[in-house]
Design a binder for this molecule. Structure first.
Ligand code: IPE
Ligand code: IPE
Ligand code: MG
Length: 246
């Protein structure tokens, strides 16, 4: 089955609801997270099939460190094992992997794994998969600010040169297409400190489906919903229709 056009060039996803899915099925939260990895795998397969260009997933927020130690340890173990078991398949499928967030907080082992998989897949030209780990939208803006201040102090740039384009260039995902479609599963209607600056004109899709239940049909529904949006960027409907007919 194909999906309607236009396809989003960049999809950003908050994969939420693993814990509640596990609870619902009388399983430990661990199983919910494991099941969530499978969902992501299926979704990536579908994205490759549809020749989508970029997906950015929120795998672990800065705030998630506040969870019970056991759950945090398990999540980190799951990243390490999933990365090791999946990276070759991702590479075979021409997928480029990229990690965003404050990665210095992770162990050498995980950082090494992340670097190696980024290097391995660096020249791939298919889907780009960005994984946000220890990410926070406010952290992102803060680190961009520090970088700009540094350039001003070292006289690399002047204050007059600080504009939105420059700020954008210092943020995570800078060189990429702005997010077109945001998907959050699990029923909450909030951004949870995800890509705050980058989401300025993104179409927001919320669904009650818990992440482990978010299958290909659900994904296709979100893509079809996106195809029907009229993106106005401040203009009127009539202007957009005129532009399309021109
Ligand atoms: C999302 O599912 C996964 C991570 C935050 C790592 P949750 O673990 O937040 O699941 P719920 O919200 O408790 O159901
Ligand atoms: C957001 O989910 C982070 C990830 C999915 C990684 P949470 O479940 O942690 O979000 P809040 O804290 O309930 O908003
Ligand atoms: Mg949650």
């Amino acid at each position: 089955m194909n999906i309607k056009s236009p396809k989003p060039e960049h999809i950003v996803i908050i994969m939420d609801g693993n814990g509640r899915w596990a609870e619902k099925n009388d399983l430990p939260r661990t199983k919910g997270h494991k099941s969530g990895v499978k969902t992501l795998r299926n979704l990536i397969e579908r994205a490759v099939q549809l020749e989508l260009t970029m997906i950015t997933v929120y795998a672990f927020s800065r705030e998630n460190w506040q969870r019970p130690r056991k759950e945090v340890d398990l999540l980190i173990d799951l990243f390490i094992t999933s990365l090791q078991s999946e990276v070759h398949d991702l590479h075979k499928n021409n997928i480029k992997l990229n990690f965003i967030g404050e990665l210095t907080k992770f162990s050498d082992t995980l950082r090494k794994s992340m670097k190696e998989s980024e290097l391995l897949t660096y020249n791939n030209s298919g889907l780009t998969l960005n994984v946000a780990l220890n990410y926070s939208g406010r952290w992102d803006i803060h680190q961009a600010l520090l970088s700009i201040i540094n350039e001003v102090q070292s006289k690399k740039i002047t204050i007059d040169e600080i504009n939105e384009k420059l700020i954008n260039s210092k943020l995570s995902l800078a060189e990429n297409h702005e997010p077109d479609l945001f998907i959050r599963t699990g029923g909450e209607k909030r951004i949870s400190n995800y890509l705050l600056w980058q989401l300025a004109y993104t179409e927001m899709y919320f669904t009650d489906i818990l992440w482990p239940d978010f299958d290909i049909d659900q994904f296709d529904l979100a893509l079809d919903w996106f195809a029907k949006r009229q993106r106005r960027f401040g203009k009127t409907s009539a202007q957009i229709e005129n532009d399309q007919n021109a």
